[in-house]
Design a protein around this ligand. Structure first.
Ligand SMILES: CC(C)(COP(=O)(O)OP(=O)(O)OC[C@H]1O[C@@H](n2cnc3c(N)ncnc32)[C@H](O)[C@@H]1OP(=O)(O)O)[C@@H](O)C(=O)NCCC(=O)NCCS
Length: 203
């Protein structure tokens, strides 16, 4: 049995060693990495990736959860996502959520919206955290637009916080509180099917 965070269009599942091949392709794509990491850091070796995700692959990282996003109809991997719990606080209250659709053919089909909703469900209803954060650079309009659609509010603009392409760029920090998420869900769950954790037979 494989545990999935399952929506209508996409499912999220644990990262497996075999996924490093797709991750290697996606994380060597300049456009994806600029958008995903606010830096066009598009050269990473397979060994470096394996080292970065070594703890998750062994289930030893309690602070960061890495997921593969699959298109539900084909079960094809289309991107990755993370929940990164802030561990510098004495009380754990907050997590960063991040996602990237590495397959550009999967863009603009509603997959990113649903994957982000599944992540937020996990952050608030399973991990019982109080706050989610969404970081990106100021020109990443689609990302900011998506975060706002999910209920995030713009909280800070860190001026000249990142440098790439021979220029400084502002970083945007957006935040969503659990009670805000719950009031949005209360409205949306009455009008459409609820996203759930489900258990499917392994293919
Ligand atoms: C940002 C990202 C996750 C959005 O996912 P997506 O599946 O492409 O977006 P969705 O189809 O769910 O659409 C989200 C909104 O953006 C709009 N949108 C998506 N692609 C668009 C495009 N190319 N042009 C204009 N609008 C677009 C959609 O119409 C939708 O708006 P609406 O709800 O008002 O209709 C995805 O594009 C991506 O992975 N980008 C690269 C990495 C990145 O930026 N990650 C976020 C960093 S925090």
């Amino acid at each position: 049995m494989i545990v999935l965070l399952s929506g209508v269009l996409v499912v999220l599942r644990a990262l497996e060693r075999e996924d490093l091949i797709a991750l290697h392709k996606w994380q060597n794509d300049e456009e994806i990495m600029r958008l995903a990491r606010s830096f066009p850091d598009h050269m990473i070796s397979k060994d470096a990736l394996e080292a970065e995700f070594a703890k998750e692959l062994k289930g030893e990282d309690t602070g960061r959860r890495a997921y593969i996003i699959e298109e539900k109809s084909t079960r094809k991997p289309i991107g990755w996502a993370t929940i990164r719990i802030h561990q510098f606080q004495r009380r754990v209250t907050t997590a960063d959520v991040g996602l990237a659709l590495g397959e550009k053919t999967a863009w603009n089909k509603g997959y990113g919206t649903e994957a982000a909703e599944l992540l937020l469900n996990e952050v608030f209803r399973q991990l019982n955290l109080h706050r989610a954060e969404w970081w990106t650079y100021a020109e990443n309009n689609l990302s900011i637009q998506l975060a706002k659609k999910l209920g995030f509010k713009e909280e800070a603009r860190l001026r000249d916080a990142v440098f790439f392409d021979n220029g400084y760029h502002d970083l945007m920090v957006l935040g969503l509180l659990k009670q805000e998420f719950e009031s949005i869900k209360a409205v949306s769950e009455t009008s459409r099917g609820e996203t759930t954790v489900s258990y499917l037979q392994s293919p």
